[in-house]
Design a binder for this molecule. Sequence first.
Ligand code: ADP
Ligand code: UDP
Length: 237
Amino acid sequence: MVEETKLLYEGKAKKMYETSDPNLLIEYFKDDATAFNGKKHAVIDEKGAMNKAITVKIFGWMNECGIPNHFVEENSGREIVVKKLKMIPVEVVVRNVVAGSLAKRLGLKMGEPLPEPILEFFYKSDELDDPMINENHIKVFKWADEATLDKMKEIAFRVNECLKTRFDKAGITLVDFKIEFGFDNDGNLLVGDEFTPDGSRLWDKETGEILDKDRFRKDLGDLIEGYEKIMMKISRI
Ligand code: ADP
Ligand code: UDP
């Protein structure tokens, strides 16, 4: 078991700890649920444990697809060991079906499948409410250079193809998701952070039931029940 040495960062949903190895961090999944940039908040028993389990499974799928990512191994409780990254302050969103801010921004009907995936970028800033940006902003403000940006786009589409197929087999529609990237100490660009229903939209393929954090955002029902259904379905794949 890897031991944590010092709390490096506490965010809304996770804590990141340093370890005795300068290349490794421990990622701890909290029970906190937040929405609307922290304006709505609750502590939900078992959420951290569910998010850890789901993240482990999904990084496993990424490994099967050869997608470079920060996951190293499971640790005790609700922790995983990850490679320490220098994070790029950009959220990369991929969408397969109209929902959330895309529906709102363009006045589109939620649930409409897209003819091909749409990629969007948001600047990671709580103070500014994560504003939408484009590739030009990323290059001009030097959040990532052109070659890195190209790799991020290519990897994000690969993540989508990899996960969409597997979720589909599990009876789940991958509506959209957010990933983050960073560089490890050897200069490799890796997918970091997490893949959980906090940062993705996952709908039951048969019934259309919303299983992700929109249950909390929109008061649609018990959050953990949805996360448990996701875990049950994906654990078979
Ligand atoms: P937030 O900052 O949005 O409240 P979290 O509670 O999810 O977010 O905190 C996790 C933080 O750790 C995020 O800022 C994320 O970018 C960062 N992070 C994720 N993976 C790594 C990693 N492997 N190395 C360093 N930082 C990471
Ligand atoms: N997302 C996220 N963090 C954010 C913003 C969005 O993880 O700060 C995820 C969100 O859960 C969804 C996808 O990115 O799966 C697209 O979110 P959208 O732009 O529709 O924003 P929302 O209306 O959900 O805030």
